[in-house]
Design a protein around this ligand. Structure first.
Ligand code: NAD
Length: 328
């Protein structure tokens, strides 16, 4: 098939070329938008990532250009209007799980960095400053951590946290019996948020979960608690979180995702004036750590994404069952 690959960086291209099963690939650095949807003419399929938009208008443009298949090289599918895709007969396939450990390990890296301030110590020591002033942390052993969502990534993170000796509570509308057997206790969202010193989000972005962390739910947090979001930016109302940081209700914030990330993340904007005032405010807090959607970014995950993406393409082309189809 002729496949147009959007939001493609050099590292994506390297992995996709290595694992290509014989398709004709064209790489576009830009994200898919309505403005550049004309580029898709003459292709059979598109390969998209988290910040490409396949909303209603884009999907109509894709249909007119003859696109039959969207290959998402990610798990989340909030950027595709699945209902409209189904109406137009465009199949949407995704990579439902690729090294959930990669994201879980990144969540742990964020907790450890915010807590033990290794990023500050690194810079201090390089400047000849060996003082410990302001670097005090807390033990993760016995610390209570709330998992919001215990799917593939939440489960991998649960096991890492257990290894650190944390006490873990969870909220998920569909509790996992195997985790209950392992000793995990589930509660309501409210109970879970109230109890924890660290809250980590691992649920998908949907109409139900959009801005689930807002002024009201932040009031439930223990004063000074840590919030980690490696899932999707839209789970958090950023303005409300800024207010909670200013009042010290929130003690630490680790973000690998951001609601308006599509204009920023994956681009080198050093030297540019950042026009997004919310992220600029967030960056100004000493207790906020932001990474630009790199949770997935390990060699193992990139390899699995490429393999599963081409497996999906091959299944579609050969008329085999589409096990990774996203259905409306
Ligand atoms: P998953 O589908 O395996 O698990 C999601 C879990 O969330 C499920 O158990 C589901 O029941 C639960 N859930 C649904 N609604 C909920 C709600 N209202 N409250 C609490 N839990 C709810 O997904 P996953 O593979 O574990 O991934 C989780 C999210 O992580 C994805 O949706 C994606 O947005 C994000 N992600 C981020 C990166 C990254 O690089 N930062 C990489 C991959 C995935």
């Amino acid at each position: 098939m002729k496949i147009a690959i959007f939001s493609c960086c050099k590292y994506d291209q390297d992995f996709l070329q290595e694992y290509n099963t014989g398709h004709d690939l064209t790489f576009f650095e830009s994200a898919l938008t309505l403005q550049n949807a004309a580029l898709t003419k003459g292709f059979d399929a598109l390969c998209l990532f988290v910040n490409d938009s396949a909303d209603r208008d884009v999907l109509y443009a894709l249909k007119a250009n003859g696109i039959r298949l969207i290959l998402l090289r990610c798990a989340g599918f909030n950027n595709v209007d699945i209902t409209v895709a189904a109406e137009l007969g465009i199949k949407v396939l995704r990579v439902p799980a690729y090294s959930p450990e990669a994201v879980a390990e990144h969540a742990m890296a964020m907790i450890l960095t915010l807590n033990r301030k290794t990023h500050k110590a690194y810079n201090r020591v390089r400047e000849g400053n060996f003082s410990l002033e302001g670097l005090i942390g807390f033990n993760l052993h016995n610390c209570k951590v709330a998992l919001i969502g215990t799917g593939n990534i939440g489960k991998a993170f649960y096991r890492i946290l257990k290894g650190f000796g944390c006490r873990i509570v969870a909220y998920d509308p569909y509790p996992d019996p195997s985790l209950v057997e392992e000793g995990l206790s589930y509660g309501s969202l409210e109970e879970t948020l109230k109890e924890a010193e660290v809250v980590s989000l691992h649920c998908p972005l949907s109409e139900d979960t959009q801005h689930m962390i807002n002024a009201n739910t932040l009031k439930l947090f223990k004063k000074g608690a840590m919030l980690i979001n490696t899932s999707r930016g839209g789970l958090i109302d950023t303005q409300d979180v800024i207010e909670a940081l200013k009042s010290a209700q929130l003690g630490y914030l680790g973000l690998d995702v951001y609601e308006q990330e599509s204009k920023l993340f994956f681009h080198d904007l050093s030297g540019d004036i950042i026009q997004d005032d919310l992220i600029s405010r967030l960056i100004s807090f000493p207790n906020v750590l932001i990474t630009s959607h790199q949770g997935f970014f390990t060699r193992e995950a990139m390899q699995q994404i490429a393999e599963i993406t081409f497996g999906n393409a091959d299944a579609f082309e050969s008329g085999l069952p589409l096990i990774n189809e996203v259905k409306a």
